[in-house]
Design a binder for this molecule. Structure first.
Ligand code: F6P
Length: 550
């Protein structure tokens, strides 16, 4: 028992029962599960919004699912969920509410933090964003020389980059194709160079996205962008006012940087960076797709929020996906989770999920302050199919590691493709379905022999199968569907953090690197003696200086 009155997770009867159940199940064969239950293919499915979820190809039985749900009850996942939706400060290490769900709440919703309804402020910022986005899109907002804005460059990193950059890619077909929208995140000057080298400063708007407005990469890039602009356009502060806007919670720092706070779009400390692209952080996306499409996306998020908040455990999709991940991570020793979208537009989706999942649940200290002695967040990875098939699927099919995977696909190709390219969609989706089938059911030695394969190659050409996958299928990839997908993963991550009893909303692990980088920099630039630098790093720094001729 912990100080917080909670039994250690792996000492709960529900956990122990799952350990026992796993032993009893032994090697689960999906062929056998399907043979025993002809209705499994259609029965093990759920629907949320536009998303059809097939979980039949998982190494689970009804009993497994029941026992996993019992674990969720024992760890009070829904209690923490309700506390989150109520605006309680469930981010305990930072004493903050966790209310990204308020960002997509309808105008008439009431959600309180410290006794104050935050929904009117959310909508006031959305309205301000919409007004600004419309002015940029229509050409009413002009640059310092009176020219129309044709380029938008978002400068931010982590949650202030990955979300809008991913969503821009996903929704390219909905964007104003006359606008060039780019995302700069890396403090490597090459990033800003490549993003701006062919742009005309007189037609370029910089959107500086930083919750804290202290992140060194973002401030450094924003400072360089300002020099680039001012070198080309005279006009000092007046030019900055027309070409720089800020997305932040920190008005003071925004003003210090020289951006007029009238051109700042606000959000709040109860929005985590990796949960923020539906806040002001989405401004560049809103400029690209327009306020109406942005609202459709928010409504998609909200639909899944409501599902997570109200659906019973048996049909609650984020709960199910979270528990399946726990089944593999904690009871099958799976170390990673692959997310494999069969849509080129989702090319940045997995990278986005890496921050969402790994920054949230990459923790080893429990909410009780004690070290956990169970596995927590998985390594999330993956790239779009079919490219991955020709790279790393070999390991998933025939390697020694268990890699549970999500396959995400769409019935319709993007509307704007010409007919010939639309026709390719069936081939894409044939791969999508074939892969999950092969992963689940493999190929037995008998089947290989029946193909006339010589005996010495039979073992090489046998596929064991029983590689679990979730299939997520929707009709088409719309702004709403994107919102639904992201909210689905947000709440899945929430479920897992709740079961593991960790704070999914802080990120202290990132802080150390930030502090150390600032400390090491003078050693590189000035050769300064940096206290506490270990022998290996000191030697590397010396080599670096030598190579740079310093
Ligand atoms: O990577 C750590 C982190 O704090 C993320 O959580 C955040 O998304 C990112 O840095 C950027 O922070 P900011 O928006 O304050 O610049």
């Amino acid at each position: 028992m912990n100080a917080d009155g909670r039994t250690r997770l792996n000492q709960t009867p529900e956990w122990t029962a799952l350990v026992k159940h796993r032993e009893e199940l032994g090697e689960v064969r999906l062929r056998e599960l399907f043979a025993a239950d002809p209705g499994r293919g259609s029965g093990y499915t759920l629907r949320v919004g536009d998303l059809h979820i097939d979980y039949s190809k998982h190494l689970v039985t009804d009993e497994t699912l029941r026992r996993l749900r019992e674990l969720a009850v024992a760890t009070d996942v829904f209690g923490l969920r309700d506390a989150m939706f109520r605006g309680e400060k469930i981010n305990i290490t930072e004493d903050r509410a966790v209310l990204h769900t308020a960002l997509r709440a309808p105008r008439d919703a009431v959600i309180e933090v410290d006794g104050e309804n935050v929904v009117p402020a959310v909508h006031a910022v959305l309205d301000k964003m919409a007004g600004f986005a419309d002015r940029v899109r229509s050409g009413a907002w002009t640059g310092h020389t009176g020219r129309r804005i044709r380029n938008v460059v978002n400068i931010g990193i982590g949650g202030s980059d990955l979300g809008p950059a991913m969503a821009y890619e996903v929704l390219r077909g909905y964007t104003d194709r006359d606008l060039t929208v780019r995302f700069v995140s890396n403090v490597d000057g090459a990033d800003l160079h490549e993003a701006t080298r062919d742009l005309d400063p007189a037609e370029t708007l910089f959107v500086i996205a930083s919750k804290t407005f202290t992140t060194i990469e973002t401030i450094t890039n924003a400072t360089s962008a300002r020099s680039w602009l001012l070198d080309a356009l005279d006009g000092g502060q007046a030019a900055v006012a027309k070409h720089f806007v800020a997305l932040s919670t920190n008005a003071e720092k925004v003003a210090d940087f020289g951006i007029d706070t009238a051109n700042m779009f606000e959000f709040w400390d109860w929005v985590g960076g990796r949960y923020s692209f539906d806040s002001a952080i989405g401004l560049s996306l809103m400029i690209a797709i327009g306020p109406e499409r942005f609202r459709e996306m928010l409504d998609g998020f909200h639909l899944v929020d409501e599902h997570f908040r109200t659906a019973p455990a048996e049909s609650n999709v984020p709960l199910l996906l979270g528990l399946l991940g726990i089944w593999y991570g904690n009871f099958h020793d799976a170390q990673s989770h692959a997310v494999l979208p069969y849509s080129h537009y989702l090319s940045k989706f997995t990278a986005y999920l890496q921050q969402l999942d790994m920054e949230s649940n990459g923790k080893s200290t429990g909410r009780d302050g004690k070290e956990v002695d169970w596995q927590t967040g998985p390594i999330v990875w993956g790239t779009p199919g079919t490219n991955g098939q020709h790279a790393y699927y070999q390991l998933i099919h025939q390697g020694t590691k268990l890699v549970p995977a999500d396959f995400i696909g769409f019935a319709e190709p993007a509307a704007e493709l010409r007919d010939e390219l639309k026709a390719q969609h069936d081939l894409l989706m044939a791969n999508f379905f074939a892969q999950t089938q092969a992963l689940a059911f493999g190929k037995t030695p008998e089947e290989v022999r029946a193909e006339g394969v010589p005996e010495e190659l039979v073992a090489h050409k046998t596929f064991k199968g029983d590689h679990p996958t979730t299939t997520i299928l929707a009709r088409e990839l719309t702004p709403s569907v994107l919102g639904q997908l992201v909210a689905l993963y947000e709440h899945k991550v929430f479920v897992q953090g709740a079961v593991w009893n960790i704070d999914s909303f802080d990120q202290w692990g990132v802080e150390l690197g930030k502090v150390l980088a600032k400390r090491v920099e003078p050693a590189l630039t000035e050769g300064a003696e940096v206290p506490g630098l270990d022998a290996s790093t000191r030697a590397l720094v010396a080599k670096y200086r030598e190579l740079r001729g310093r």
